[in-house]
Ligand binder design. Structure first.
Ligand code: GLN
Length: 566
């Protein structure tokens, strides 16, 4: 049997950044999956960072961790969620990775005395990585998103590599340009000129887009489509209208209104393999999103400042999505309120406002600032029996709060903020101590998927419904084993442990003490999927629904330690 040729779809952005290239790529993948094809998405980030681990999430967005532990861009999270895949390290490419490899190879005489140049050595390395990812995934269609915008200096090598691939495998390579059509207020009319210019620029690199996804506030009319088609040299049906939508989950459904799936397949000489509507489960999910009515009010307490024009929610994208999926499954509409914990410290905000929420989350974080405010929020949630979910730092701080106010360990803290603390109930992991002393920060945390065993009868066990789990990590500190017994005696349950029993992965309060108070050392949010919500988020939100539906008790400030756990 003749080996089927692999197909490659490149997604490139035109006009400006931030118009939803990552979601467009995820949606194209979803549609192709629904037509019966295996797709492997690849994200190319043109920056020189080797991975996203050292980047500040309030500038660049969330660092998304893969099973392997690779720290990547938030778009990888979008792909995983839309396509229900667990991506591999090969599926992520940065300029830093490519250049590092080429330079190291040169140092090792890997180029046998040749002059090493951007073209062809960098472009060859890019293509080698794209082919390797396709090969290792065994998929038929590689969907490659090139980060940045046409006209950037940084992504030129990637576009050049794509051009070369097209030259070699003409009918197997497709270019999709995600562009933007502004409607300036004063003019009130949709303008096509920036798109024409973007296409011209792409042409100057030797690349002609096959399909244009035209993002705009409103749908494109026939006239605009025709104008773009003629000026940009594409068939009119290949201009896809992509107006703003209420939720990102509408995007695949919307693209299909303009038959994007069939256009892509036809251009690649492929045919749909399914007769039924492969998008049906997705459509059902979308209608659940629309149908959700009663509001669930969740407070997310963190430290947020100096965000400039950055979209704050991007820093916690996976947490937001995880809450949504579980809420929609329960038929509820999540309403997240971002609370800057520092405002509790300064007194600008009163902690008792938390009584008005159905649940409180303290997400992951680093460093000292805002810590006392977060601890106050956790204490308030514990004492007032507000469902609480702590994610990584949110778990560590919950343990500190419990140690201070229930186990009565004075000055209990984490060695992250006080290296020589008398009672470091949270302490640095032994290997991390070594790495930090050597100034080795990149990729040096405890990263990626690790198994844990759950204790029968606990909240965690009831949520997962099984004894062994695997979750993704990103941390340097851990619950100090020296304090485990003392904390247990005071009533804290370590309901999840690493298989060797050495590391506590989940801490929770018994149901007799609190309706839902649980923190995880790992980041469950990385594994939440639209059609497969995460069990811990679902358990947390079920408790939030109970709080919502039951008559409210007046908020209490401080209880005696014994009353908290009995
Ligand atoms: N700062 C903590 C640690 O390094 C928690 C990390 C996190 O929340 N991702 O262990």
């Amino acid at each position: 049997m003749r080996k089927k040729s692999r197909k490659y779809i490149f997604v490139i952005g035109g006009v400006m950044s931030g118009v939803g290239k990552g979601i467009a790529t995820s949606a194209i993948g979803k549609i192709l999956q629904a037509k019966g094809f295996e797709v492997n998405p690849i994200k190319i980030d043109p920056y020189l960072n080797v991975d996203a681990g050292t980047m500040n999430p309030t500038e660049h967005g969330e660092v998304f961790v893969l099973d392997s532990g690779l720290e990547t861009d938030q778009d990888m999270g979008n792909y995983e969620r839309f396509l229900n895949l667990n991506l591999k390290p090969d599926d992520y490419i940065t300029s830093g990775m490519v250049y590092r490899h080429v330079i190291e190879k040169e140092r090792n005489l890997g180029y046998k005395g040749k002059c090493v140049e951007a073209i062809p050595h960098i472009t060859d390395e890019i293509l080698r990585r794209i082919h390797r990812a396709a090969e290792n995934n065994g998929s038929e269609i590689s969907l490659i998103e090139i980060g940045g915008t046409v006209g950037d200096y940084q992504n030129i090598m990637f576009i050049e590599a794509a051009r070369v691939l097209k030259l070699r495998h003409h009918s197997d390579v497709l270019f999709i340009l995600v562009t933007y059509l502004p409607i300036p207020d004063k003019i009130g009319e949709m303008k096509t000129r920036p798109t024409q210019t973007a296409v011209r620029m792409l042409n100057s690199y030797g690349v002609q887009p096959d399909v244009l996804i035209a993002r705009s506030e409103t749908p494109l009319d026939r006239k605009r489509k025709e104008k773009i088609a003629v000026s940009c040299n594409v068939p009119v049906e290949n201009v896809i209208s992509a107006p703003d939508v209420e939720s990102i989950y509408d995007v695949p459904v919307n693209f299909e209104r303009d038959h994007l799936g069939d256009i892509v397949l036809r251009s690649l000489n492929l045919k749909s393999r399914v007769r039924r509507d492969g998008l049906l489960p997705w459509r059902q999910f979308v209608s659940r999103v629309r149908g959700a009515s009663e509001e669930l009010k969740i407070a997310v307490v963190g430290k947020y400042f100096d965000t400039g024009d950055f979209v704050l929610s991007d820093a916690y994208l996976s947490v937001i999505e995880a809450v949504k999926y579980s809420a929609y499954k329960l038929g509820k509409k999540p309403s997240l309120t971002w609370i800057n914990s520092k405002l509790y410290e300064s007194g600008e905000k009163n902690i008792s406002e938390l009584a008005g929420f159905h649940g409180v989350i303290v997400p992951g974080g680093f460093g000292e600032s805002g810590i006392e405010g977060k601890l106050a929020a956790i204490r308030f949630a514990r004492e007032n029996k507000i469902p609480y979910l702590g994610l990584c730092y949110g778990m560590q701080l919950a343990v500190i709060e419990f140690a201070r106010h229930v186990a009565l360990i004075p000055g209990a803290t984490t060695s992250e903020i006080e290296a020589e603390a008398e009672h470091p109930v949270i302490n640095i992991l032994p290997e991390q101590r070594k790495k930090l002393s050597e100034g080795d920060y990149g990729g040096s945390m405890r990263l990626g998927a690790c198994p844990a065993r759950l204790k029968l009868g606990t909240l965690a066990y009831r949520a997962y419904g099984r004894e062994t789990i695997s979750e993704r990590h990103r941390h340097r500190y851990e619950i100090n084993p020296k304090y485990v017994e003392e904390l247990e005696r005071a009533g804290l349950i370590f309901s999840g442990l690493s298989p060797d029993g050495a590391l506590a992965e989940i801490a929770e309060l018994p149901r007799t003490a609190h309706p839902f108070f649980l923190g995880t050392q790992f980041h469950p949010e990385f594994l939440a999927r639209p059609l497969n919500p995460h069990p811990l988020f679902s358990a947390f939100l079920k408790a939030a629904v109970k709080r919502r539906d039951s008559p409210r008790l007046p908020a209490r400030r401080s209880l005696t330690p014994a009353a908290l756990v009995n």
